[in-house]
Design a protein. Sequence first.
Length: 301
Amino acid sequence: MFNLHKVHSILWFLILLAACEPTYKKVKTTNVPMDSLTFENAEALPLLKDKAIDEASGITASWHHNNAFWAHNDSGDAPRIFLISTDGETLATVYLENIEARDWEDIALNVEDSIAYIYIAETGDNREVYEDKYIYRFAEPFLENGETEIYITDIETIRFAYPEKARDAESLLIDPLTRDIIVVSKREKFSKIFELKYPYSKDTVNILVEKGELPFRNTVAGDISADGKEVLLKTYDEVFYWKRKGNESIAKLLITDCVRIPYLREPQGEAIAWSKAGDSFFTLSEEYQSIPARFYRYKKR
């Protein structure tokens, strides 16, 4: 017998289920330059001379040292970062005392109240088993009197977790306009965008908010220009570009259409960063099958 009450119950269940599911705008990618912006093809810079930098997983432009980038290795290294010039020389090694380097995956720099802060993302989780993740924040050190080794003790820890389950992520973005943190996951069918609004707790676990998804997966690096207007994300094969048109959040910007820009595929490319001036971006690969690492520069035309 037809049961109208049962039909109504099923309909209400389906409506409630749909309301609980996140809905995302279908984001498109295109090869057509946005606002007539174009980049030159890759310019190969000198090979890195320091053999200790063999699994570069993140880079960010130094604020205090011209033509230099901070970089770190992937899992298995000591808790340290390297200051590398674009001609391949290691200028200094900075050690973070009393900090673990389980699986560092990205690094960012943001200027706040006239102080440049470095953020390191302890967010790698290949098996997705670590519920709590960490971001380490400290003031960018100056090199003085020929220093080549620096030890940092004044470090803030931002602890966070994802809603629902643990995830693997290799992309960290710090919004220069708001200090909001964006983490982009790697292993889903489509990379997911997570946001942590400023101010965030330094004492308790922060819970990220899922804000959308991208039309690609395997996101391995990202960066925002120092003026906060331009955003890059990269996979192993491609680089994607967004440009802010107003005061929209980075999370909202990333769920708008993006542009593919020139990228020479590297052996194991997991690092990307804008130059300090924002007139070019750089990539750096892990060493792979004895292929040495080097910076590649992409200038704006």
